[in-house]
Structure formats: structure tokens, C-alpha cells
Design a protein around this ligand. Structure first.
Ligand code: GMT
Length: 378
């Protein structure tokens, strides 16, 4: 198949999923064309069957705001026409599915299809803004195939937008060969020189991630357990978190690593992963941690209970229940045999999301869409 993938290229789950999917499809012999305004973060290095097409943004004195949706649609038309694409796969609905719809209207001489994968905040936050509601519903309904990364997200989409459309749940996935616990003595000696327990969080530091709660949970834990906190990623709440660490007097125990490309060596030093999000449609970073044998303490929101098994791979608590999350963390960190069981269960659960199985589900979804066959009910 010839597939055009459009995603946000930045540090974020939907871009990661889109890029890893594209790379896996290319390895299976499909021609994959990434179309975005910058090279997706995990798309470095040459790989057979992958071409990256950059959306050029022209500036014109009249355009106070860049016309990205139109520029993207134009690039999609160009790539589809000359590369003879079979389908566009849009990750994150707005504006990608809207641009794809426009492109398909222009490409009337072809039979190109649109598959849209819903990731989370496109549905739970952005699309719910009153000004976007109608265009979101339209763009989803006009897609030939729609997938969601969790059952939670599928239900939210159907109810929030009153959508009349089949949505197939295809969960996120992980390369369990690449994501496996390694010995990273060097990094560990640096961040936990006295054998402290290591708690970790990674995100884009948006308010929805509640990273301040991560700091507050750690503050309670470090009173009882000799420990350090590693924070990976960057975003709007980072400064507030740094300030809170100073206010609590724990700044020496908290390391802000910023954006990191190589996660496995860092995750491999961790004893616990914290994800107290306000909303989380899947929780890809929790899956990455679990694959590296790191149990997860999370909130009970969105798709997290579909990934995490409470009392086996980690613990789940109500949003904002810092005390309970801290108690769960202390319980695991002070009980080595229990921790070992949880670490093993986390890895085992992650293997259920092994990439080859899930990539096949996407391939089958494409085949059904190209053959106009409806999606089997689950
Ligand atoms: O908010 C983010 O974490 C980024 C966002 C994205 O679309 O880039 O992530 C969403 O998609 C990820 C990949 O499918 C999911 O694992 C995240 O749970 C989801 N984030 C939220 O729902 C907040």
C-alpha cells in the first residue's frame, strides 16, 4: 500500500504512535510518506520505503495567521497525486482530518481514502471548544475509517459529538524488544548515587498531566523512603514545578532532564512511574515504562484502567488523591518482593501491546477501508 501519514511532529504521544507505525509499515514493504510541517521527532535516519514531505508555509502580509490547514491540504494533494497514494492516515483529528477531506475533494480523479486516528486531547479538549464542534464532527464523519486508541476514547467520541460512525479501537503499541530493562549503571550512579529509589514521570508538562501532583506525591514519598524524582519532557507547567520543588525544599532530590530522545536507559533506572493525569486516553508513556518493568501509580481516568491492572501492574487512585498515590508508592518501594511481582506483571502486560500484533490491526483496517468492508463489531 502507499500510505500518507500526517501527524504533529513534536514531543507528544500521537506523533510517536504515527511515526512508529509508519516505520513498522515501511519495514513490511509499504511505501510511507510522512506529511507534516517538521520532521517527526522519532524519524531520524534513512529508512527504506519512507519519504518525508515538508509542508511549506508561505508568508504574505495579509496573512496575520499562518494558513496551515490549507497548506497541509495542498501538500497532501501534491503527494497523493505524484506518489499515487492509496490513503491518508491522519493522527490527531484537527486539523489533519479536515485537510485530508479538502485534499480528497480536490483529488476527484482518484479513489483515495482517509483514515483518522483519534488520540485524546483532540476529542476531550480541543474539539469540544464550541467553535470547533461542528468541524470536528464533520471531519470525523467524512473519514472513511476512524480508529480510537481506547474504548474510553471511542465512547467519548460517540457521545460528545453525537457521531454516526463506526469507530474501531486499536490500542497503542510498543516494541518490546527495544523497550526492555537494560543495565544503565552509569546513569543510575549519576542520578541516585546512594542507591536511592527512583520515581519517574515523563510528559509534555501540560496542565492536563498534573505534574504538580507528581511533585507533591514525591514530596510525601521522600519523607519515608530515600528517593529521587526524575522528570523528563518540557512544557507550560515546568517552571511552576521547579518553583514548587524549591518551596518544598526538595530541589536537590528532583532532576529535570528536559526532552530526551533515548528513554530506555533512563526508564531502566526507575522503580516507579507516576501518571496522575486529569485526562489520559491511553497513556503511552506508562506503557513504555511498563515494558521496562516499571510499575505505575496513576489516576483512574480515561483509558488508563484499560492499560493498567490495579493491584498487579501498579495502583490506580482518584484524580488529585495525592495521599493515596503516595501511600501506594511507599507500599511498593518498601516491599521488595511485592515490587518484583509488580515489575514482572507490568512487563507481561506491556507484551500484550506488542507492536507487530497492533500494526497488523492497522493494516487490516486499511485493507477493509480500501475494499469498502465495514469494521467487525467488537
Ligand atoms: O497530551 C498528550 O500526552 C499528547 C497527546 C497527543 O495526542 O500527542 O497524547 C494523547 O495521545 C497519546 C497517544 O495515543 C495517548 O497515549 C495519550 O494518553 C493522549 N493524551 C491524553 O489523552 C491527555
Amino acid at each position: 500500500m502507499k500510505i500518507g501519514i500526517t501527524c504533529y511532529p513534536t514531543y507528544g504521544g500521537s506523533g510517536v504512535v504515527a511515526t512508529e507505525l509508519g516505520k513498522a509499515l515501511a519495514k513490511r514493504g509499504h511505501s510511507v510518506h510522512f506529511i507534516s510541517y517538521a520532521m517527526p521527532m522519532r524519524l531520524s535516519g534513512f529508512q527504506d520505503n519512507i519519504v518525508y514531505h515538508e509542508v511549506e508555509m508561505s508568508s504574505y502580509p495579509l496573512f496575520d495567521f499562518p494558513l496551515y490547514t490549507l497548506a497541509l491540504a495542498s501538500k497532501m494533494v501534491e503527494v497523493a497525486r505524484y506518489e499515487k497514494l492509496d490513503l491518508f492516515h491522519c493522527h490527531y483529528a484537527l486539523p489533519h482530518a479536515t485537510s485530508a477531506y479538502l485534499a480528497r475533494q480536490i483529488l476527484q480523479e482518484t479513489n483515495i481514502k482517509i483514515v483518522t486516528t483519534l488520540h485524546g486531547t483532540d476529542i476531550t479538549l480541543v474539539g469540544l471548544e464550541p467553535s470547533f464542534l461542528a468541524i470536528m464532527k464533520f471531519s470525523i464523519e467524512q473519514s472513511d475509517g476512524v480508529t480510537a486508541v481506547s474504548r474510553f476514547l471511542k465512547e467519548k467520541t460517540l457521545t460528545n459529538y453525537n457521531i454516526n460512525k463506526e469507530i474501531e479501537v486499536i490500542p497503542n503499541f510498543i516494541d518490546v524488544e527495544k523497550y526492555r530493562r537494560t543495565r544503565s549503571a552509569k546513569f543510575c550512579a549519576n542520578c541516585a548515587p546512594h542507591g536511592e529509589k527512583v520515581l519517574i514521570h515523563t510528559s509534555n508538562f501540560r496542565p492536563v498531566k498534573r505534574v504538580l501532583d507528581v511533585v507533591k506525591i514525591f514530596n510525601e514519598v521522600q519523607k519515608k523512603v530515600s528517593s529521587v524524582l526524575i522528570l523528563m519532557g518540557d512544557g507550560p507547567d515546568r517552571s511552576a514545578c521547579e518553583m514548587l520543588c524549591r518551596e518544598l525544599g526538595i530541589q536537590e532530590k528532583v532532576r529535570f532532564l528536559g526532552k530526551q530522545a533515548e528513554l530506555v536507559p533512563i526508564l531502566s533506572t526507575a522503580d516507579l512511574f507516576l501518571m496522575p493525569s486529569q485526562s489520559e486516553s491511553f497513556g503511552l508513556s506508562a506503557l513504555e515504562a511498563m515494558a521496562c518493568e516499571v510499575p505505575v501509580i496513576s489516576s483512574s481516568v480515561g483509558g488508563l484502567p484499560e492499560l493498567q491492572v490495579h493491584g498487579q501492574t501498579g495502583f490506580i487512585a482518584e484524580i488529585g488523591d495525592i495521599d493515596r498515590m503516595a501511600k501506594y508508592a511507599i507500599d511498593l518501594l518498601t516491599n521488595p518482593s511485592k515490587h518484583a511481582l509488580f515489575a514482572e506483571a507490568a512487563r507481561k502486560r506491556a507484551i500484550e501491546f506488542e507492536s507487530s500484533k497492533i500494526v497488523t490491526q492497522y493494516e487490516q483496517h486499511y485493507e477493509r477501508i480500501l475494499a469498502h468492508v465495514s469494521i467487525p463489531a467488537k
